[in-house]
Design a protein around this ligand. Sequence first.
Ligand SMILES: [Zn+2]
Length: 420
Amino acid sequence: MNFNLHLKCEVCSNTIRLKVYAGYEPKNSFSYSCPECKIRITGHLIWNDNLEESFIKEFSCINAKNTVEFEKESHVLQVATEFYTDKIKKFDPNDPTLYLSPFMMESISFELKRRKQRFVSNVTENFSNDYKVSNRLWQLYKMENYKYLNRQLLSNKFVEPVLLGEILKIDYSDKLLEVLYKPFLPFLIESKKIPELINIRNQLSYLKKNHSAELHQLKIDLEELLNYSEAELILLLDNFSKYYSYIWPIILSTSLNTEDIDEIKEKKGILTTDFQDLKNYYVEAFEVLASALPILLGIQNIKFRKSRNIFHESNVKKFKNINSIIDYHHNVRKKGYKIQFFEEENMFSSYDITKVLNNEIRNSIGHYSYNVESDQQLIHFIDGKKTCNLYLIEFADLLLQTFYATFFTFEVVFFLKNNV
Ligand SMILES: [Zn+2]
């Protein structure tokens, strides 16, 4: 079902038609620039639980008003939480998309449509509660409050009750990893990341069997960083819990291999969010993931050369004063250089470090040296002499890659911290 609103800009009085498609997400956010005066207009609409009473439970908008007066509409915008939509376009009464819903226009198989719906409705129904519980249990674990942690693990069915008189035996580190994963499992399963995570676990347990003394030294060298990284990675998961519902089309199309972002990026976009709202999540993810690189590099050195302190020969040539993992941690200050150590080899094949951690994009955001063509949803990143252009949906995909990278990194951090 499509619902039409007429939004009149409070700055220039230009009116646009906002079509909102009722999908599985009850809350529909939108964000666009007024086609006339370019002011940023943002807001949200929440559907009523019972659509027979009235459609809208809550509507709020900054810089434009929902008007019932007849006004000539200059443009039309489609908001749909779960679908890519056309970018802002001129109002044309003969345009068939005015009357068809994104669901009807989507040209994928019925089976895929069903899978998409199941995925979204599963997350919509369970995520917020699962995430609340997982957060609570993690807090109790970090405070070592085992009395209440045990009770919570039992009441949330993470462990089986034991008979009276028997002692509840829990391997806390394993159990808490399971707790932490639970709310995010639908995302990891649908995007087929679970086998990749298992692959990392297998590689790590092989290292433990064969190089345990060296791993232990690495743990001692990086102890502070391990604690810091663990806490910060948890914050990145919290960030994901805040932004995932705005980037559903990207999550769905990349997980289920429906649309190819490269093919549609010029025509299609998303109106549920904009670059302003997403950019800082990328900067934070970049900082945290790049800070954790010494942990990954130490493990990689052990895997390929049996010592945490022996680097790939190309890095030995390029960085002559870096002779140990501690040197790398403390003396390779620029994160861009830290990332370069993964150019020649990367044991974490499913986490393309040099691609996911884009130093130019991070700098461009950090220095506010970017331009946004809002109608096109195109961002020009400028870092010194280097430039790079990404459409909003490409940028959102990059952000999504940092979410998966958080789990790959977390696996390594958690392993070194708890299993070595
Ligand atoms: Zn305006």
